[in-house]
Write a new protein. Structure first.
Length: 416
């Protein structure tokens, strides 16, 4: 078997193919071989050089110039089962009756249509900004019931890429996730991931949890919302236990060789430890905690949007801000979001206003109605690209959630 990477075009080489031999001169010309075999070898060299100079997957932080991104899909989205542990533990009590009426049913077709139009528009705007946009496969229009040896559920059939995928350097990591209703969400990205792998990307799938009852604090999930919040803030109890590693990719934030993570309803300490061991000594994993009674993802609590610049949610104060203060970083408190109470936010809050996508250090994509957030960025010298996303908000994510940066132009650096 030939290792293409070990061949040096600058020297004379003899490469055996069974009884045949290819002879290459210094200028790469063919001395003796069928031309088709030479062309095949030459093509392999070309691909090898491209992989070395232009990695298909590469992202070291959240602000280097964005070159390629995945934008999610909402087609065919379904509500999760009302009796599921994720709904009982994570959804606000004010929405529970609604979920009991609509669990396992599709979202309103008109509502989903508007969300899809917003995501299609976002894709077009990103293309106009010079970014290559990729999409997962389109979702079918049926919420499938499924059963494993450990649990049964129906699928949400939604594709929010930031929750599942984390790009660290030249590697794309598929998170195991913790909601049973999202167990098979990874299938929507497999064609893309296989394509990236074929082009040379590293592709890792974290251990998929069994999601048996042992992974969940079922007693916690049955308690009233106020009591759950108290247990989380005071006792550090969450929906998930430490039975096996689990995490959502959106609980990690990249800043060069430093990566920030939080223990949340969907990410346990074993999941963070898996990431630490997997990435090795090249990266420092910092575990942050917040004054958040129902933590799900870090990207609406703390966002590092440039070298030495961190955006914080004042309603969910970070307990480890001294890390940034001692390093001399600028800490900016975000203004409140503007989503009215009449607009349904079944899975999140109005703080999706700061769940933004940086195009580079001086450009950011912001929801078009989030005027206070836009003014904050403008004061920081950052130009706002405005897009509508309110209906996509309702399905569970803001601009950062609905996207996953596949490639940014930059190199690995230490900023702390």
């Amino acid at each position: 078997m030939i290792s293409i990477r070990r061949i040096n075009f600058s020297k004379m080489l003899r490469i055996g193919f069974g009884s045949s031999t290819i002879r290459l001169a210094k200028n790469g010309s063919l001395r003796s071989c069928a031309s088709s075999r030479f062309l095949l070898l030459k093509r392999a060299f070309t691909i090898d050089r491209q992989l070395k100079s232009d990695p298909v997957v590469c992202s070291h932080n959240e602000w280097d110039p964005l070159e390629e991104v995945i934008v999610g899909r909402a087609d065919g989205a379904y509500f999760p089962p009302a009796e599921s542990v994720e709904v009982k533990a994570c959804i606000s009590e004010k929405h529970l009756n609604f979920f009991k009426q609509n669990g396992r049913k599709p979202f309103s077709l008109e509502f989903v249509k508007k969300a899809c139009e917003e995501l299609d528009n976002l894709s077009n705007v990103l293309k106009q900004e010079g970014v290559t946009v990729r999409r997962p496969v389109k979702l079918s229009n049926e919420g499938k019931f499924f059963e494993t040896p450990d649990f049964s559920s129906s699928s949400m059939q939604i594709a929010i890429p930031r929750d599942l995928l984390l790009v660290v350097g030249d590697e794309i990591i598929e998170a195991p996730m913790a909601w049973r209703s999202r167990f098979f969400e990874y299938r929507l990205y497999r064609p893309l991931l296989k394509e990236y792998f074929d082009k040379g990307a590293k592709w890792t799938t974290a251990p998929k949890p069994l999601m048996s009852d042992d992974l969940y604090d079922l007693e916690y999930a049955e308690k009233r919302e106020r009591e759950r919040h108290s247990l989380t803030l005071e006792k550090k109890r969450f929906m998930t236990t430490e039975h096996e590693p689990c995490f959502d990719a959106a609980d990690f934030w990249k800043a060069g060789s430093d990566i920030f993570a939080q223990r949340s309803q969907v990410t346990n300490l074993k999941g963070i430890e898996w990431m630490r061991r997997h990435l090795g000594e090249k990266y420092n994993i910092h575990v942050l905690s917040f004054g958040d009674a129902n933590p799900k993802h870090i990207d609406a609590s703390l966002l590092i949007i440039g070298p030495g610049l961190v955006l914080v949610n004042p309603s969910k104060p970070c307990h480890q801000l001294d890390i940034f203060k001692k390093a001399g970083w600028k800490i900016v408190e975000a203004p409140n979001g503007t989503t009215p109470a009449s607009h349904p936010l079944w899975f999140s809050s109005s703080w999706l206003s700061i769940n933004v996508l940086m195009l580079d250090e001086k450009r950011v994509v912001v929801e078009e109605q989030e005027t206070p957030t836009q003014k904050m960025f403008e004061k920081l010298g950052i130009q706002c690209v405005k897009v509508p996303l309110r209906h996509a908000y309702s399905l569970g994510g803001g601009l950062h959630c609905w996207t996953c940066d596949v490639r940014r132009r930059g190199k690995l650096e230490s900023y702390l």
